[in-house]
Ligand binder design. Structure first.
Ligand code: ZN
Length: 114
């Protein structure tokens, strides 16, 4: 069984228990919109590197709906420059370890391609 993003159940369970807080802004997320609650804090599935083919515990994560909507199809480094990140104090240094690792890996593979 895989969910609609093609994420196998074992990985979904693992990421679900790892990412109870948004990997970007660090808020505690809700599983679903509570009565009168905000949509922004609902947990969403995120591909840290925007490639739906990378389904690994390093690239699949959960972030809040607000961050997901803001990031959209931007790359991480592009997104960190956005107003949303500035206003919310989100940067390379404040994000969860899984994001830091993804950034490191992205830099490495870019260097190797050169
Ligand atoms: Zn967030």
């Amino acid at each position: 069984m895989a969910n609609r993003w093609g994420i196998p159940e074992w990985l979904e369970d693992e990421v679900r228990s790892r990412d109870t807080e948004c990997i970007y802004c660090g808020i505690t997320m809700d599983e679903r919109i509570s009565n009168g609650g905000s949509r922004k804090t609902v947990a969403t599935w995120e591909h840290i590197i925007n490639d739906e083919k990378i389904i690994t515990r390093e690239n699949i994560a959960r972030c809040c709906a607000a961050c997901n909507a803001s990031k959209g199809t931007k790359s991480l480094l592009e997104w960190f420059q956005s107003n949303y990140c500035k206003v919310n104090g989100i940067s390379e240094d404040t994000v969860a370890d899984v994001v830091k690792e993804a950034l490191k890996a992205a830099r490495k593979s870019r260097a190797q391609r050169r």
